[in-house]
Structure formats: C-alpha cells, structure tokens
Design a binder for this molecule. Structure first.
Ligand SMILES: Cc1ncc(C[n+]2csc(CCOP(=O)(O)OP(=O)(O)O)c2C)c(N)n1
Ligand SMILES: [Mg+2]
Length: 359
C-alpha cells in the first residue's frame, strides 16, 4: 500500500518536499470538512436538514485527491465527497440546501467543473468515461476524476465503465473510496478479489492501492494518475483504503453490524490527527494556528447555515424551472394547468373567508 506518513504521523515514504502553503491548505480543508460534517449531523438531529451521509474519517482521500486536480478537470462524484466539493469551490450552503431537499443545492457555480451528487450507486462511472472519451476526441488536455465507493464495484456500471475506459484509453482517474462498508455489507462480500486496485489489471490499465487516510499519498497518487491521463497514457484506478467512522447515513445504526473494536482501531488511524502530528514535526502546526482555523471554519459554517435557512422559498411553479433551458409544449401545458389550479385554490381559500361563500 502506497503510504507517505503512517498512522503516527511519521514519514515512512519518500519525502515529497511539498511547499508549506500546500501542506497548510491540505490541513485547512480537512479541518473545515470535519467541522462542517459535525455541524451537519447536529442539524439533522435538530430536524433542520434531512438524511445526510457523513464523511468523517475520509477527509484525506477527498482533500488529497481534490487538491491534485486542476480547475479544468471534471469531477464526477458519488455522494460522500464533501471535502472535494468544498475545496473545488462549491459553497457549503449548497450542501446544506441539498440535504434540506432544496433543488438549488444541485446548482453548481458556473466556473466549477463538478457534477451534482450521484445517489444511484455506480451510475456516474459510465458517464464519467463518456465525458472523458469526448474530451479525448476533441483533443482537450484535461481529465475526469470519478469517485465511487467499494459497494459500487460490484455493479455492472463499474465493469462496463472501466472496460470501455481501458479499450478507448480515456483520460479518467477512478477513485474508489473503499471505506470498508456499503451500508451494512462488508467489503469482503463485495468482491472475492484481494484488493479493489487489482481489478484494473483485467481492464488493461494500472491500479494502485493507497492509504486513503494519508493525505500526502492520496495527493501524489492522484497527481501522477492525472498526469498519465492528460499525456494520453489512459486511465488509472486508485483504491483509497479508508474507513467511514460514522453511520452510513443519519438513518443508519452501524452498531447493529460492526464492532466497537473495529471502530476503535480505525480511530487510531484518523487522517487529521496523523497529519497534524506530521505538520507539528515540521514546525508548521501550532495550537494558535489550530484555533485560528477553527474560528474561521465556525464562522464560515454559521454563515452557510444562515444563507441556506433564509433562502427565498420555492414556488410550486419552480417544479418546472430547472430541468430544461427551454420548456417543451407538453410541459408548458402542464405549467399552465398548475397555474390555473393554484389560482382556483386561491379563490377557494378566499371564499371560505367570505360569509356565505362556497364552503
Ligand atoms: C442503484 C442503487 N442501489 C441501491 C442504493 C441504496 N444505497 C445507497 S448507498 C449504498 C451503499 C453504497 O456503498 P459504497 O458504494 O461502498 O459507498 P459508501 O456509502 O460506503 O460511501 C446503497 C446500497 C442506491 N442508492 N442506488
Ligand atoms: Mg463503502
């Protein structure tokens, strides 16, 4: 397994000699994503957002790979990539809106090349391959990073997508966040292969098993895979070996299917703690800086909640607003019908208030 720093924050691989600014940025995004995740869980428990899939424990996978991308690259996500979303420039209030069930959470800023979340497991994979093939045909020098979980690898879309990518040598980087569980199904019930990374061999391109809790290893592995993709050398599969420290979603109770010992073991490998220790050994981390980051994150999270909770309410007509740029005749007819219905309802509501009005 490719690793640069171990669970104790000790350098075990080649020193990548990354500049201090980048190291600090890595730490910041991980702290921000963890704190946003904490807050989202609380908001769900207070009934202020709906069902939500926490990312705690997987920050290094998401931040390391995300920071290796260029603005021009595209991201096809699953639904557990909060860290990548934030660092690519999607405001946190969008995430809150999404989990409040507000469609505007899915509207990605124009300059951000991230697709909205894909909840249907694995469906993003063939689409990410198609997009990359299109880029190849039009001689674009960018790449498509596609995220999915260990559970996604047993679906047909995974095989079809990776097979196509291998044959057509598409500029794809596939990142499997192997967090050991697909809801209550353990990784060993997903595939009989020893690793997920090795599946790449059968599709005819490289696969690499990476410590997904090591932000430096994830950064370097993704950077190299992106360089391969952009220089025409084709796809790479990265298996990010990590762990979901919390529940699958807020509707799940993991104590019903996994042990305390397992959880405790993985808590020892926390991606943020180990990176903090490493940064401290370089003289980059201090208590004061930590406080500074936490204050900044708290403030940003507070503002994001305020924005999401105070957004103008959607009107029933907005059901039609976001699917097509121009509506087709059948939808126009349906919208007219809805408007008439709403108008009638208004008349009925008013009539109840008028003495002698229709009951
Ligand atoms: C096609 C499809 N089948 C089933 C589900 C229900 N479902 C949601 S997440 C999930 C497990 C996904 O596991 P994994 O791919 O490992 O991702 P993780 O949740 O661990 O991040 C399932 C079965 C779904 N969303 N889509
Ligand atoms: Mg999983």
């Amino acid at each position: 397994m490719f690793q640069i720093i171990d669970s104790n924050g000790k350098l075990v691989g080649l020193d990548p000699n990354l500049d201090e600014k980048l190291l600090k940025e890595m730490y910041w995004w991980m702290v921000y994503a963890r704190m946003a995740d904490d807050k989202a869980l609380k908001l769900q428990r207070q009934g202020r957002i709906g069902t939500f899939p926490p990312t705690t424990g997987q920050e290094a996978t998401q931040v390391g790979s995300g920071l290796a991308t260029d603005k021009e690259d595209w991201i096809f996500p699953a639904f557990r990539e909060l860290g990548t979303y934030l660092l690519r420039g999607i405001p946190l209030e969008k995430m809150f809106l999404y989990f409040m069930g507000d469609v505007r959470g899915n509207i990605i800023p124009e300059n951000v090349r991230n697709l909205p979340m894909y909840v249907p497991v694995s469906t993003q994979i063939p689409q990410a391959v198609g997009a990359a093939y299109g880029m190849k045909l039009s001689n674009k020098k960018n790449a498509v990073v596609c995220f999915f979980g260990d559970g996604a690898t047993s679906k047909g879309d995974f095989s079809e997508g990776l097979n196509f990518a291998g044959i057509f040598n598409t500029p794809n980087v596939f990142i499997c966040q192997n967090n050991q569980w697909a809801i209550s199904v353990p990784r060993k019930k997903q595939t009989a292969s020893k690793t997920i990374a090795q599946k790449a061999i059968a599709y005819g391109f490289p696969g690499i098993l990476v410590d997904g809790n090591d932000v430096l290893a994830m950064y370097l592995a993704t950077k190299e895979a992106l360089e391969r993709a952009k220089s025409g050398d084709g796809p790479t599969l990265i298996e990010a070996y990590t762990y979901r420290l919390r529940m699958h979603t807020t509707a799940d109770d993991p104590t019903r299917y996994r042990t305390d010992e397992e959880l405790k073991e993985w808590e020892q490998r926390d991606p943020i703690t180990r990176f903090r220790i490493y940064l401290e050994s370089l003289g980059i981390w201090s208590k004061e800086w930590q406080k500074e980051l936490e204050t900044k994150a708290e403030d940003m999270i507070k503002k994001a909640i305020e924005k999401a909770e105070n957004i103008e309410e959607l009107k029933p007509e907005d059901l039609f607003s976001y699917m097509y740029l121009e509506m087709n005749p059948s939808l126009t007819e349906q919208l007219d019908y809805l408007k008439k219905m709403l108008a009638t309802k208004e008349i009925e509501e008013n009539s109840e208030k008028i003495e002698g009005g229709f009951p």
